[in-house]
Design a protein around this ligand. Structure first.
Ligand SMILES: Nc1ncnc2c1ncn2[C@@H]1O[C@H](COP(=O)(O)OP(=O)(O)O)[C@@H](O)[C@H]1O
Ligand SMILES: [Mg+2]
Length: 255
């Protein structure tokens, strides 16, 4: 079987007529972890938002091809955000920020049903069976199950939101995931928990991951196969994990 590949080619994106991404090329294979680092304003979130299908971002050229899934190559840029999720692309900021009144487990059930809507055999007939599945995942990820009956993000701390995000990620069994600064604002223990969760998901579903971060710490746990430096809308350097420590020491001025 052909391995799943997520291939970004010559991606150019503008916002309000201003060119932000100026030709990004990146290939992520199943099970690989790619870190993208770079100074503020270099276009990292623009890349993540474009992959998510955010309407403010205009794709000027390029393609993002998902291949190996059902042996059809698909350009995800031509899909709606929902269709992207259905093919197994996960963006780690795609949950609503605060929706009081909607319980976490109901929100996750809707997300799950949407993700697997083309696979009737994956649907749970009884709500209780879904809850058991969800609780099993929460146990595996060491996430407090008390979260599940709370309102969506109502009164959740930063660290708790991120843990929930990782639970959502595990539930949706992504082929590819893009995590945009999932570690920002987290204490050391929370970073470790989130990172360990991501590692478990990669092991289980062979997910290819792009992780955008400013900090070495989460990468100590995620152990990226490749590290890329983005400057002014382009990847200007790619290497292995040894690139991280030289960035930590010298910053981005040499690039
Ligand atoms: N929604 C937006 N509207 C206008 N400008 C934006 C928007 N999003 C990003 N930008 C601009 O695009 C550039 C890249 O931003 P961003 O992708 O957020 O960088 P990074 O995530 O690397 O810090 C910045 O100059 C930023 O001001
Ligand atoms: Mg950003």
């Amino acid at each position: 079987m052909k391995k799943n590949t997520f291939q970004i080619s010559n991606l150019k994106v503008s916002i309000d007529g201003k060119s932000i991404l100026r030709g990004v090329d990146l290939e992520v294979k199943a099970g690989e972890v790619h870190a993208i680092m770079g100074p503020n304003g270099s276009g990292k979130s623009t890349l993540a938002n474009t992959l998510a299908g955010h309407p403010s971002y205009k794709v000027e050229s390029g393609s993002v091809i998902l291949s190996g899934l059902d042996s059809i190559d698909e350009n995800i840029l031509e899909m709606s955000p929902d269709e992207r999720a259905n093919t197994g692309v996960f963006l780690a900021f795609q949950y609503p920020v605060e929706v009081p009144g909607v319980r976490v487990q109901n929100f996750l059930k809707m997300a799950y049903e949407a993700r697997f809507k083309n696979q009737p055999e994956r649907q749970f007939k009884k709500a209780i069976d879904f809850r058991k599945h969800l609780q099993g995942l929460a146990d595996e990820l060491k996430i407090n199950k008390e979260f599940l009956s709370r309102g969506l993000n109502e009164g959740f701390s930063g660290g708790e939101k991120k843990q929930l995000e990782i639970l959502q990620m595990a539930l949706l069994e992504p082929k590819f995931a893009i995590l945009d600064e999932t570690d920002s604002g987290l204490d050391i223990d929370a970073i470790k928990k989130v990172a360990n969760g991501v590692v478990e998901i990669i092991k289980k579903y062979n997910t290819g991951v792009i992780v955008i971060t400013h900090y070495q710490r989460i990468l100590d746990y995620l152990k990226p196969d490749f590290v890329h430096v983005m400057i002014k809308g382009k990847i200007v350097e790619s290497g292995d994990a040894s690139l991280i420590s030289s960035i930590e020491k010298k910053g981005y001025t040499d690039f």
